[in-house]
Structures are given as structure tokens and as C-alpha cells.
Write a protein that binds this ligand. Structure first.
Ligand SMILES: *[C@@H]1O[C@H](CO)[C@@H](O)[C@H](O)[C@H]1NC(C)=O
Ligand SMILES: *[C@@H]1O[C@H](CO)[C@@H](O)[C@H](O)[C@H]1NC(C)=O
Ligand SMILES: *[C@@H]1O[C@H](CO)[C@@H](O)[C@H](O)[C@H]1NC(C)=O
Ligand SMILES: [Zn+2]
Length: 397
């Protein structure tokens, strides 16, 4: 492991993430800064903006959300809102473990200072028994895309449709209310729609009440658009601990992360710290180890920035479609769960063969889930670029 430890490295990354903001369409504001918190010291995992630059600032003066409306885009919703107050009654906070909110999800320098039972995924690599972090069957890939719907999502959906490929989409509430027609399309095409968050802040940095507000407003935005209530959710940046998990579980949500180290780093392309080639190389490196894993895996990818969609449709997915024995499925499919919504199946169709069986719908993916024919190809490109190491280290701060 390369050890680079200085404030300067963190600041460099923060600045490059901020510049990524300028790539975003003006009508989809993405400025992420919560009321009551300082500017981001460091963002991890995704190209979320590090500090307010463009777009609306979050107004710190409380006003109730108007009937039929939603909280300010990309701002942590107010918890005094009467609607939120109603939702708070769904959770018995006396059952919620008490851990202090983090500083923007950044791990303390001394990670051993974190109590074991906090089980903080990002800082302790701790998985709780109920966390969904892999698909059960070897060779099965839980295909997921986070942070949409964006103006670039339709290009991803086109590609998936062309290959009769379904995915799990973790939706940001603020994006859903900006592009409801895009979300509707994704749902109508049978993708598994799931919850991400409203403002895309680190969940461990929020209060119990703010966590409820983030999850329930996103759930409501999705329900208002497609008429179903997702059961699966993914914490932004994978940032979850025992406190956050408990609240999500009390709201009936299943915490779904990704398999440790199965982060394509696609989010680092718009941030300027990865290239499409390094992302594809990372992915090809996995192909070598997938056949010998005792289970399948879930991969982190995104469809917020054009670079992320481009690397999926031009780089990662074509290789994956062509890899014999690799079966890509939405998470609910690989877990053999035909009811990913509180209302039931919705448009989601559970294929026979369930948990990573041999009935993939892609022509290239109908083989049994063993003997990944092209796996050796991956070993040749296992060398990960220095920039990937560098970023991987900064993310682990
Ligand atoms: C902030 O919100 C308050 C309450 O709705 C409103 O009166 C005020 O004009 C807002 N300020 C800005 C800068 O938008
Ligand atoms: C993404 O791909 C499209 C279509 O090929 C291209 O027009 C666009 O410039 C690409 N965007 C980026 C940021 O790479
Ligand atoms: C495979 O799945 C397709 C689509 O659901 C279905 O029509 C077909 O009967 C299945 N085949 C087997 C062998 O289960
Ligand atoms: Zn995200």
C-alpha cells in the first residue's frame, strides 16, 4: 500500500472534485452542502462537489416544504418540517445505537479509536450481518449504477435495453425530481429502482432526524414518480455505520453496498484522477479473480457524469457482455428476490434460475457461472496505475 499522507494531497483532490462540478448541466444543480455544516474537507468515493461553487446555496432559514413540493435540491432537508415530523414517528430512536455524527464521513486519523460495534463500513471495512455486499453465486455480478437519473442516463439505458440487460439503479431524490421522465423510463424498462439519498451527503455525518428526512424524501420522490416504494438503499460513498443502518432498517430498507474493492473508480474520471483506460484495466483485473471467489460480487458504477456513462457503454459493459460465464443481474435478481418494492414486483421480473443461475438473457452470458473463459486476459492488465493507488489511499483516510 502506498502511503501518501498530507493535507496537501487531500486538498488537491478536493480542488479537482470541485472543478468536476463545471461539467454538470446547469439545469441539474449538484452543489452539495448541508445546512449547519462547514464546507467539505474531503470527498471520497464519488465525484460529489467538495464545496459550493455553482448552483443554489442551501438556505439555512427554515421554511416548511410547500404542499406537493420537495425540499431544496441537493440540500439536507429541514427536520422541523411537518412532513418530516410525521416520518420521525416511524422510528423508535431509543433502539438506535448512539454514535457521534462524523465530520463529513471522513475517518479519524486513528481508526482504532472507533468502537468495534460502530461497524463503520468506510472506516473499519466492517460489514453487518444484514448488509448486502455480494451476490451469492460465483461469477454473478450485481450490476448497479448510482446517482442518476442524469441527462446522460438515457444513453446508458439505451445500451442496457439493446442487450436486454437489467440493473439496479440507486436514485438520488434531488435528481428524481429534476428528471422524473428519465426515472419513469428506467422503471418501465424493468430496472430495479432503489434509494440512494436526497442530498448525497455522508449519512454518518447527519443527525438521526436528518437521516430519516433524506431517506423518506427520496422514497417519496420515487413513489410520486413511479408509484412504488423501493426496499433497497445504498448509502452515498458506502458511508454507513450501526446508527445509520438501524434507522434505515426501521424504515424497512435493506442496506446494499458493494463488494470491498469492487469500485470501478469511474467517479474519478470526471474528478480528473482516473482515465477510462485505468477503469477498464481495473475491471479486467477482477476477471482474473472472479472464478476463484466463493461468491459473486457487486460493483460500484455511476451514471451521473457523461464520462461515467461513456466508460460503461464504451469500456466496461462491452467487455462484460463478451465474457463467457459472467452473469450480470440486478441485486434483487441475484438474491432471488422477486419483490424489490413494498408494493411487490412492480415492473421487476424475476427470471427463473434466480440466484445467479444459468439463465442470463444476454447471448454472451448464457453459460454456466464457472470457467470464465477470458479470465487470463485480466491477469495481463492487473497492474493498477499509480493514480489509482494514490486515490485509493486518499479515499481511505
Ligand atoms: C431563505 O429562506 C427564507 C424562508 O423561506 C426566505 O425568507 C429567504 O428569502 C431565503 N433566502 C434566500 C437567500 O433565498
Ligand atoms: C461521451 O460520449 C459522447 C458520445 O460518444 C461524446 O459526444 C462525449 O463528448 C463524451 N463525453 C465525455 C465527457 O467524454
Ligand atoms: C430463461 O428465461 C427466459 C426469460 O424469462 C424464459 O423465457 C425461458 O423459459 C427461461 N429458460 C429456462 C431454461 O429456464
Ligand atoms: Zn452516490
Amino acid at each position: 500500500m502506498v502511503h501518501i499522507n498530507s493535507i496537501t494531497t487531500a486538498a488537491t483532490i478536493a480542488v479537482s472534485l470541485t472543478s468536476a462540478l463545471t461539467l454538470v448541466s446547469a439545469h441539474i444543480p449538484l452543489t452539495t452542502h448541508s445546512s449547519g455544516h462547514g464546507s467539505h474537507a474531503l470527498e471520497k468515493r464519488q465525484a460529489a462537489p467538495a464545496a459550493p461553487t455553482t448552483g443554489p446555496s442551501c438556505n439555512t432559514t427554515y421554511a416548511p416544504v410547500a404542499a406537493g413540493s420537495y425540499p431544496a435540491i441537493d440540500c439536507v432537508p429541514f427536520t422541523h418540517d411537518p412532513q418530516v415530523q410525521t416520518w420521525l414517528k416511524l422510528v423508535d430512536f431509543s433502539k438506535t445505537p448512539v454514535f457521534p455524527p462524523s465530520q463529513k464521513g471522513v475517518c479519524p486519523t486513528d481508526k482504532t479509536s472507533i468502537p468495534q460495534d460502530q461497524c463503520w463500513w468506510t472506516c473499519q471495512k466492517c460489514e453487518a450481518p444484514d448488509d448486502i455486499t455480494s451476490c451469492p453465486t460465483t461469477g454473478t455480478w450485481g450490476l448497479t449504477f448510482d446517482d442518476g437519473p442524469s441527462p446522460d442516463s438515457p444513453r446508458l439505458y439505451d445500451n442496457l435495453l439493446e442487450h436486454n440487460q437489467k440493473a439496479t439503479l440507486f436514485i438520488v431524490g434531488s435528481r428524481a425530481v429534476s428528471l422524473p421522465a428519465t426515472l419513469k423510463r428506467a422503471y418501465n424498462e424493468g430496472h430495479q429502482i432503489a434509494i440512494h439519498a436526497w442530498s448525497h451527503n455522508s449519512m454518518t455525518s447527519l443527525t438521526n432526524e436528518q437521516i430519516v428526512a433524506e431517506l423518506k424524501w427520496t422514497e417519496k420522490a420515487i413513489f410520486d414518480t413511479i408509484g412504488v416504494t423501493p426496499i433497497y438503499w445504498r448509502p452515498p460513498f458506502g458511508d454507513v455505520d450501526a446508527r445509520v443502518r438501524n434507522i434505515a432498517a426501521q424504515l424497512g430498507l435493506k442496506t446494499s453496498i458493494w463488494t470491498q474493492d469492487f469500485d470501478t473508480n469511474d467517479w474519478n474520471i470526471p474528478a480528473g484522477a482516473a482515465t477510462p483506460q485505468s477503469v477498464v484495466d481495473t475491471f479486467k483485473g477482477w476477471l482474473a479473480k472472479i472464478p476463484s471467489m466463493p461468491h459473486g460480487f457487486i460493483v460500484l458504477e455511476h451514471d451521473l457524469f457523461p464520462e461515467e456513462v461513456n466508460v460503461s457503454i464504451n469500456g466496461v459493459l462491452p467487455v462484460a457482455y463478451a465474457t463467457k460465464g459472467l452473469l450480470m443481474q440486478p441485486i434483487a435478481q441475484c438474491l432471488n428476490d422477486g419483490k424489490p418494492y413494498k408494493e411487490g414486483a412492480g415492473t421487476f421480473k424475476l427470471l427463473p434460475g434466480g440466484s445467479g443461475g444459468s439463465n442470463g438473457t444476454n447471448p454472451g452470458n448464457k453459460n454456466s457461472a464457472i470457467g470464465l473463459g477470458d479470465a487470463r486476459e485480466g491477469q495481463e492488465v492487473l497492474t493498477v496505475s499509480a493514480v489509482t493507488f494514490f486515490v485509493a489511499f486518499v479515499m481511505n483516510l
